[in-house]
Design a protein around this ligand. Structure first.
Ligand SMILES: Cc1cc2nc3c(=O)[nH]c(=O)nc-3n(C[C@H](O)[C@H](O)[C@H](O)COP(=O)(O)O)c2cc1C
Length: 345
């Protein structure tokens, strides 16, 4: 029904407009008594075999929603009803910021892909906390944190620390996002020395807390093998809990969309089907090189249940989706969970 009826209708509008429409529809729809229960009943797949424990957290299943969808931290409970085992909110920064000028989100329909240069549009970490207090999470929440665009890289650590400390009581795990291609210079924070500085300060902050919350690093799919080796080394020496692989790619290889159209869209991160193999290769590289010691959440181009299994076979412990959710609709979550269940059986 989604791909044959709703998607053609939604795709008549610009992608960012559709996002806001969907958020409004979710808020309105879930106000109707009984709707949430019905959605949960229809979409959720529950089975002890799907459950898994990773870095001290018990996940009800292996499928999560990737960062960037709930950028305001106000629809995670609605989204959870569709059967996600975890939702990553953010990326959030210390201060509110509008992001890049519009248009900044584009569909590449022929490729089942998106290009975005949103630029961390978010209401700031204080609003996140306000929302998390207001809507008590009914799902595992990851807090994806970043620096404000105007914060120079030499002060980035302070931004990550503000987000970490402010969100600490309200999320289950953290993600240090240094891989968004749409923030000038952010990728430089993926350099070994920069990463060590940020993670060391986060580790110090974590020692002040009564309980330790897992911290993961989200990386780009465009790192060279040398950079990946450095990243593995940093994760192992600093003792953080895992890696999310991957963010969007800046490459534009093997696209079915006409070159002129792609060039006209301009810069931004490419997600969806064309990212799938790059992301899987990154996961496999990390898992092989670290001999499975580093837990990996696999994300990038999961459009079908088979794509999710490919990520698990590459060594991912959990998977996340974003672009697949847009192209395939909410039923994808159930299909992924059902196929993963069969795979585990
Ligand atoms: C519109 C859009 C916004 C995104 N915003 C963020 C973000 O704020 N932080 C982040 O870590 N990743 C962000 N991402 C990247 C996704 O979380 C994910 O890593 C990437 O899209 C690859 O997965 P996919 O192919 O399933 O979409 C965004 C992706 C899209 C399409």
């Amino acid at each position: 029904m989604y791909t044959s009826l709703l998607r053609p209708l939604l795709f008549l509008f610009p992608p960012e407009t559709v996002h806001h429409m969907v958020v409004k529809m979710l808020h309105a729809g879930f106000m109707i008594p009984g709707i949430k229960g019905l959605v949960k009943k229809t979409c959720r797949v529950q089975d002890p075999l799907l459950e898994t424990e990773l870095f001290g957290i018990r996940f009800p299943n292996r499928v999560g929603l990737a960062a960037g969808f709930d950028k305001q931290a106000n629809i995670y409970n609605h989204l959870a009803a569709f059967g996600f085992g975890h939702i990553e909110i953010g990326t959030v920064n210390p201060l509110p910021q509008p992001g890049n000028p519009k248009p900044r989100l584009f569909r590449l329909k022929k490729d089942k892909a998106l290009i975005n240069r949103m630029g961390f549009n978010n209401p700031g970490v204080d609003v996140f906390v306000k929302n998390l207090k207001k809507y008590k999470p009914e799902v595992i929440i990851g807090g994806n944190i970043g620096k404000n665009t105007l914060t120079p890289n030499e002060n980035a650590i302070e931004d990550y620390l503000i987000c970490y400390n402010t969100l600490y009581d309200w999320v289950d795990y953290f993600v240090i996002n240094v891989s968004c291609p749409n923030i000038e210079g952010l990728g430089k924070l993926q350099d070994k020395d920069e990463l060590i500085k940020i993670i060391t300060r986060i580790n110090e902050a974590s020692q002040q807390k009564a309980i330790r919350k897992p911290v993961l690093l989200k990386i780009a799919p465009d790192l060279t093998p040398g950079q990946l080796d450095d990243t593995i080394n940093v994760v192992e020496t600093t003792g953080i809990d895992g890696i999310i692989a991957t963010n969007t790619t800046t490459t534009r290889d093997h696209l079915a969309t006409e070159k002129g159209e792609v060039e006209q869209i301009g810069r931004g991160g490419l997600s969806g089907k064309p990212l799938k193999d790059k992301s899987t290769q990154t996961i496999k590289y990390i898992v092989d090189k670290s001999k499975g010691r580093i837990p990996v959440i696999g994300v990038g181009g999961i459009m079908t249940p088979e794509d999710a299994i490919e990520k698990l076979e590459a060594g991912a412990s959990l998977v996340q989706i974003y672009t697949g959710f847009i192209y395939q609709g909410p039923s994808l979550v159930k299909r992924l969970n059902k196929t993963i269940l069969k795979y585990l059986q």
